[in-house]
Design a protein around this ligand. Structure first.
Ligand SMILES: NC(=O)c1ccc[n+]([C@@H]2O[C@H](COP(=O)([O-])OP(=O)(O)OC[C@H]3O[C@@H](n4cnc5c(N)ncnc54)[C@H](O)[C@@H]3O)[C@@H](O)[C@H]2O)c1
Length: 323
């Protein structure tokens, strides 16, 4: 049996990743280390057999908890999803993002240095590359970092630290950077579940500015499959972009979802724009394709799947009392 540590495994992407691992690899012991920012996510893995799945409720800022875990278990793989992830919150409380996303990552890297897993994977984001104009070419793994908000700056900082532990100490690391994920188990503070919950609860759908910002969307199960493919086939020391190949303006995405829910665009309410709101993210996925993986998921099908999941899991739409 091999051991894998998934930090942030109760969050949106981490939850989907653990389910993939659990179903695909019967001989893998999965450890989820998460401080549980979201009450609603405590039950995300209730169906998993405790023989193969262990939960540790702690923060990456708790060095003792990390040391205790690494003392007791030899990990073959460590995949770091844990991070404060909401840009709006990072504008209100930037320091929390710096501390958790950078110092938390460093605490984990330190334990890895002592125990030397086969591979450490850092889960990063297209946001580190900053904002593109509509005519700019897509960013590659070689593009410069130009983060524009405290969240993306903290993720860029963590990426730099991870790289330095490879270059300086020889820790075997890989970094993945994906586009915006969508799918089941996303906390309803992010765009797609916000739109669904607002409509289902009879409220207007708030859209920043005029909704002209462009995001590239990847279905969370495709991102998880790509991360797992990279875990098995990626080259140590490398960075891999994971684009969804589906760029769309926020306003067009909102209209699409609202129509699928049987309403019209009169449900949209434009609100004051987010400071430092990036115009467009777009990544080139050639490097991952050359490695042997291409995201092929059909956006419309996966969007419908996502909406169906939220409609069947209504408690996820009632997280906020004003929603
Ligand atoms: N959601 C996206 O579209 C997207 C896109 C690209 C990259 N990412 C990255 O993927 C990772 C996961 O994102 P997500 O959308 O699942 O976020 P999420 O907010 O849904 O989940 C993050 C999880 O990490 C946990 N966590 C936060 N700080 C922690 C700490 N200090 N110690 C232990 N656990 C902690 C939270 O409790 C939560 O369960 C993040 O690193 C994020 O930057 C997300």
């Amino acid at each position: 049996m091999q051991n894998i540590l998934v930090t942030g495994g109760s969050g949106f992407i981490g939850t989907n990743f653990i389910k993939l691992l659990y179903n695909k690899y019967p001989s893998l012991n999965i450890y989820n280390f998460d401080e549980l920012d979201f009450d609603i996510s405590t039950q995300n893995h209730s169906e998993l057999n405790q023989d193969r799945y262990k939960f540790v409720h702690a923060s990456l800022l708790n060095k003792d908890a990390l040391a205790h875990l690494f003392f007791n278990v030899n990990f073959d793989y460590v995949v770091n999803f844990a991070a404060k992830s909401h840009v709006d919150n990072s504008i209100k409380t930037p320091e929390i993002f710096t501390t958790n996303n950078i110092i938390g990552t460093q605490n984990l890297l330190e334990q890895c240095l002592k125990k030397q897993p086969k591979l450490y994977i850092q889960i990063s984001t297209d946001e580190v590359y900053g904002s593109l104009s509509e005519s700019d070419p897509s960013t590659t793994e070689e593009s410069n970092f130009q983060p524009n908000n405290p969240y993306s700056a903290s993720k860029a900082g963590a990426d730099c630290l991870v790289r330095s532990y490879y270059k300086t100490f020889g820790l075997p690391v890989i970094i993945t950077r994906s586009s915006n994920n969508f799918g089941p188990y996303q906390y309803p503070e992010k765009l797609i579940p916000v739109i669904i919950s607002k409509i289902k609860n009879g409220h207007k759908v708030p859209i920043y500015g005029k909704g002209q910002n462009i995001r590239d969307w990847v279905f969370v199960e495709d991102n998880c499959a790509a991360i797992d493919f990279i875990r098995n086939n990626g080259k140590v020391g490398e960075v891999y972009n994971i684009p969804g190949h589906k760029e769309i303006r926020n306003i067009d995405l909102a209209k699409k979802i609202i129509r699928l829910l049987g309403k019209d665009e009169s449900e949209i309410e434009f609100v004051a724009d987010r400071p430092g709101h990036d115009i467009r993210y777009s990544m080139d996925g050639t490097k991952l394709e050359k490695l042997g993986f291409k995201v092929n998921g059909d956006f419309e099908t996966n969007l419908n799947k996502t909406i169906d999941w939220y409609l069947k899991n209504e408690k996820w739409l009632k997280v906020f009392s004003n929603v």
